[in-house]
Design a binder for this molecule. Structure first.
Ligand code: VG1
Ligand code: CO
Length: 543
């Protein structure tokens, strides 16, 4: 075994987006592509000698190959120890948990999260810091800068190691401890939630279906729900992670998880339905014939947080991404705590969580989490909802409709135009930005525009600044349209249009969402000339 220094040249485009570097598998398979990026990460981190790194992924195609390369590079860059999930598996939340629990220097997560997998699908790499959270913007920018001047990488010429049994292996002077990917995480969950109450709920005949979507949440959900909490076998479906997610899109929303949605509307439907995404940080919550918007889920969990032992002392604050509905703001106000509005992407919550300013965080994109780790957490959210149902004896629908009656309902929908021409998307956003100063005061489709801007954010903890985070059009009645371009896609561009309307009148809170938002949707289309710019008359996905 010997450490090699290999000459290389910069590869354009290695800039991480909303959450890590995501590209087609075929791009990652190009010579030096992964090596250049990983060496750029290590170079940017500075002195890595003697440090501990956590490593794992969501099991998608290319995971195993990438793990062997990264292990050999970590050994060549002086790391003393790697904690590796058995079989190369570690969900995003479990990685965050393991980094924190073992005081690691940082971690590498191999995942393109909700993007499709397989040889023709996507692959991704994220770096998380010692707090367990995604690298902040300054760090990802520095990594990108480094990737554009890199001239060599270091790698051991050791043979591949066997990663499927627990125990310790060695590469050069570095120990590779192969750990149970579920154990630390499951132990943390058992301290946050009332497992006794949830066990009683299942013992009393409560039924649930958790769809692992053949992604990485399956092993976690199976161990916790079926083994630890006594849910009947078969509660967790599609539980085995597959390299191509069984050909499905591991993005839990009512469109991609349509089978689960149909089951929840069938005769003898389970009491509760849930699903998670590729790397298990997203969650979808369903009742019988009832789906909960992620924005409402955050607000409801905040309202009832004290039922869970981990949150019995109450919340310090709430944080939500800008496009997420303002349902949580109303709860924060009632609780007398702060609600922070951040740009899209979990990395912006890190400072607020570290500073003890926020306890719960959420995004409209099926992401919910808390200060227990520094990532959003799918299984955690499902356990929170189970705890809530066990504590109140109420159904999902009863809990949410009571919430609306108390706080009002924020009708909410996101319209995605996927795979549109990248230049056309840029032009659409540019045109909108030019219009902004002239919009306030105008009345269109019965809406009067109160304010319009391009969202900017200054982090209240470290003062860092982010601009151009989404165009917001705010109406005088509190309704809102937000436009932004996705930072996770790998083909063309994706335009996301976020629509929100507030309804305080209980008699008007049960209209089908698209109907309730119809005139706002029409306004959003015409204001941005979506058809003209994209050639699309309809969004490709509505959630
Ligand atoms: C999307 C979501 C965002 C989320 C990000 C990563 O980003 O909108 O809320 O944080 O995915 O989630 P974008 O830039 O495509 O809108 V995951 O579960 O894919 O890591
Ligand atoms: Co994810």
């Amino acid at each position: 075994m010997a450490i090699q220094t290999v000459a290389t040249t910069p590869i354009p485009g290695q800039r991480p987006g909303t959450s890590g570097l995501r590209k087609k598998v075929t791009v990652f398979q190009q010579p030096s592509y992964l090596e250049n990026f990983i060496q750029s990460v290590f170079d940017t981190l500075g002195d890595t000698s003697g440090k501990t790194l956590v490593l794992g992924g969501d099991g998608r195609f290319h995971n195993r190959d990438a793990i062997q390369i990264i292990l050999k590079m970590a050994a060549a860059n002086g790391f003393a120890r790697v904690l590796l999930g058995q079989g190369g598996i570690l969900s995003t939340p479990a990685t965050s948990c393991v980094i924190r629990k073992h005081g690691a220097f940082g971690g590498i997560i191999l995942s393109a999260s909700h993007n499709p997998g397989g040889p023709d699908g996507d692959f991704g790499v994220k770096y998380n810091s010692s707090n367990g959270g995604p690298a902040p913007e300054q760090l990802t920018e520095a990594i990108y800068e480094r990737s554009q001047s890199i001239s060599r990488y270091r790698i051991s010429d050791a043979l591949d190691i066997y990663i499927d049994s627990l125990g310790t292996e060695h590469i050069e002077d570095m120990a590779v401890e192969i750990i149970d990917p579920v154990a630390d995480y499951a132990e943390l969950m058992s301290r946050l939630f009332d497992f006794e109450a949830i066990r009683k709920l299942f013992a009393g005949g409560f039924t649930m279906r958790f769809d692992g979507m053949h992604a990485v949440s399956g092993p976690y959900a199976k161990t916790i729900l079926e083994d630890m909490l006594g849910a009947p076998h078969g509660t967790v479906i599609n539980a085995v992670p597959l390299e191509d997610f069984g050909g499905h899109h591991p993005d839990p929303n009512p469109v991609n998880a349509s089978e689960l949605v149909a089951l929840m509307a069938a005769d003898h439907a389970p009491d509760f339905g849930a699903a998670s995404d590729g790397d298990a940080d997203r969650n979808m919550i369903l009742g019988r014939e009832f789906d909960v918007t992620p924005s409402d889920s955050l607000a409801v969990l905040a309202e009832h947080a004290r039922v869970a032992p981990g949150y019995a002392a109450g919340l310090k604050g709430i944080a939500r991404s800008m496009p997420t509905s303002r349902a949580a703001d109303r709860v924060a106000e009632a609780l007398g705590i702060q609600c922070y509005e951040t740009p899209t992407g979990w990395k912006y919550f890190g400072t607020l969580l570290d500073a003890g300013r926020a306890t719960l965080c959420g995004e409209e994109s099926y992401g919910t989490g808390s200060d227990h780790i520094r990532e959003k957490d799918g299984v955690w959210a499902v356990l929170f909802w189970l705890n809530l149902q066990a504590a109140t004896g109420k159904s999902v629908e009863e809990i949410v409709t009571a919430h609306w009656a108390r706080f009002g309902r924020h009708y909410y929908s996101r319209h995605d135009y996927e795979g549109i021409d990248a230049d056309a998307a840029k032009l659409l956003m540019q045109d909108l930005r030019i219009k902004l100063p002239n919009l306030p005061g105008n009345t269109m489709n019965h809406y009067t525009i109160a304010a319009a801007d391009d969202f900017e954010y200054t982090d209240p903890v470290d003062g860092s600044h982010a601009s151009q985070q989404g165009v917001r059009i705010m109406m005088t009645d509190g309704s809102r349209i937000v436009y932004r371009l996705s930072g996770t896609g790998t083909e063309g561009a994706t335009l996301r249009v976020y629509l929100e309307r507030y309804e305080a009148d209980v008699s008007q809170q049960h209209i089908p969402t698209q109907q309730a938002l119809a005139s706002l949707i029409a306004l959003a289309d015409s204001m941005a000339s979506i058809v003209m710019h994209t050639g699309r008359t309809n969004p490709s996905v509505i959630t």
